[in-house]
Design a protein. Structure first.
Length: 126
């Protein structure tokens, strides 16, 4: 099971803690917003599966990046209506069948599968 605690101390900064690590979400300032962190979670997950494929297929690619863009709906309920993902292999030459296999493999990303699955979210007050 995964567990994350998000703490607030009266301002608009949120301290996120998980497994001994911490980072700050700053929805009102110039820091990482909740939407940024959601996209980062998806991009990191896809990046993990990309790295696994690159290594198992011995593609010899060291550097790559995953760039994500999202756009919010204008009407309620406000949500990301679209997420665009671009995988940049930094000029590495990969044959088309390997690219297609890579795209299929990164679909194993559980964060992407969760977003596509529209999970039930239960909120309680303690």
């Amino acid at each position: 099971m995964y567990k994350v605690e998000v703490k607030n101390s009266g301002d608009y900064l949120f301290k996120v803690q998980s497994r001994g690590n911490e980072f700050t979400i700053d929805p009102m300032g110039s820091g990482i917003s909740p939407a940024d962190s959601l996209l980062a979670s998806l991009g990191s997950c896809m990046g993990f599966f990309c790295r696994r494929y690159i290594e198992s297929a011995n593609l010899g690619i060291n550097d790559f990046s995953v760039v994500l863009e999202g756009e919010f709906t204008r009407d309620a309920p406000i949500c990301l209506k679209e997420i665009r993902v671009s995988l940049d292999l930094k000029g590495s030459q990969v044959e088309e069948k390997r690219k297609n296999a890579l795209l299929e493999f990164i679909k194993n990303c559980p964060i992407g599968n969760t977003l596509k699955g529209n999970p039930e979210i239960t909120v309680t007050i303690r």
